[in-house]
Write a protein that binds this ligand. Structure first.
Ligand SMILES: Nc1ncnc2c1ncn2[C@@H]1O[C@H](COP(=O)(O)OP(=O)(O)OP(=O)(O)O)[C@@H](O)[C@H]1O
Ligand SMILES: [Mg+2]
Length: 291
């Protein structure tokens, strides 16, 4: 589906608006997606995704591509469906009984909602980092080694040592923990725990990392460390990050998707979304008129 098709209007009684910079005619009250929801070389392609919690329609017909080696920020006011949409990308919503997902989500061309897809390897390929750091009640070493062991990625102690070290190095935590790998993961500071959770995600060799407000429980220094890390990880991974911080979205992402009340309103380069938003709702949100 082309982005032109995706911008087709649903409502007729709205006023049109000419965007000065791009010169395109934009319907500012229209609630279907405007901007660039598709990319040439997508890693994931979501088409007409709807999510229901029983009879509550939480995500409305969302189509969005996630490009290779990009960080895409998902922004929007509380309750607009950011976490719900993020959880669709690795079928985490399957764990919620009342939740139903329709539409198509392709990972490298294969629909992850096909009946024959095993969610365990899928969640290794599409890893997730949560809002609150949630290390297992195990040692730092075992937190990282656990995933590779259960996925059969390591056979020997040497192989496990290597993957633990590599993952902690990539997560920027190795130097701080190398002398206390046998100590509990829960004994680390919040920022260190979040980097441990990132190391744990990286250890199983994901291609895509989903992050749901990964810094909201962290202080500014720990946040800056995670943001640097996201920038480094982008070389090897595709990242989708939910954030309430406009500054964070503009620092870490190349594309931004703005959600409102379950609709994907506007998608574009992060610069465009923050400097010249096309939709009135996007502008109102990023200028702090609501949210
Ligand atoms: N497990 C659930 N059961 C029922 N309704 C849910 C569930 N999870 C989310 N919802 C509803 O779906 C809608 C979207 O919620 P979601 O948590 O995805 O929003 P969000 O954008 O992540 O919000 P926040 O910024 O506060 O985290 C909300 O109306 C919410 O109440
Ligand atoms: Mg959320």
């Amino acid at each position: 589906m082309s982005s032109d098709q995706l911008t087709s209007t649903k409502k007729t009684d709205s006023k049109a608006y000419r965007n000065g910079k791009q010169g395109t005619l934009v319907d500012r009250n229209n609630r279907s997606t405007i901007g660039q929801p598709t990319v040439h070389d997508p890693r994931m392609s979501c088409r007409n995704v709807n999510v229901y919690y029983e009879d509550k329609h939480a995500i409305h017909d969302v189509s969005l591509d996630i490009g290779k080696n990009e960080v895409i920020a998902l922004i929007g006011p509380s309750g607009c469906g950011k976490s719900t949409f993020l959880r669709c990308l690795n079928r985490m919503n399957d764990t919620i009984d009342i939740c139903r997902v329709t539409g198509e989500i392709l990972l490298d061309g294969n629909n992850i909602y096909d009946k024959n897809i095993d969610v365990v390897p899928l969640r290794a390929r599409v890893g997730m980092v949560f809002q609150k750091p949630n290390p297992f009640p195990k040692s730092i070493y075992d937190n990282v080694a656990y995933g590779p062991k259960i996925h059969g990625l390591v056979q020997t102690r040497d192989e496990t040592d290597e993957i633990v070290k590599k993952s902690l190095l990539k997560a920027g935590l190795w130097d701080e923990v190398k002398d206390r790998l046998d100590k509990p993961g829960t004994g680390l500071s919040g920022g260190q725990q979040q980097r441990l959770c990132i190391a744990r995600t990286i250890a199983v060799g994901p291609e895509i990392i989903l992050m749901d407000e990964p810094c909201s429980a962290l202080d500014p220094i720990a946040t800056a460390r995670i943001e640097e890390l996201i920038d480094e990880l982008r070389e090897n991974y595709t990242i989708a990050i939910v954030t309430h911080s406009m500054q964070q979205a503009s620092r870490v992402s190349q594309r931004t998707a703005f959600f409102h009340l379950g609709d994907l309103i506007e998608v574009g380069s992060t610069n465009q979304i923050f400097l010249s938003p096309m939709h009135q709702l996007t502008e109102d949100y990023i200028t702090g008129r609501f949210g």
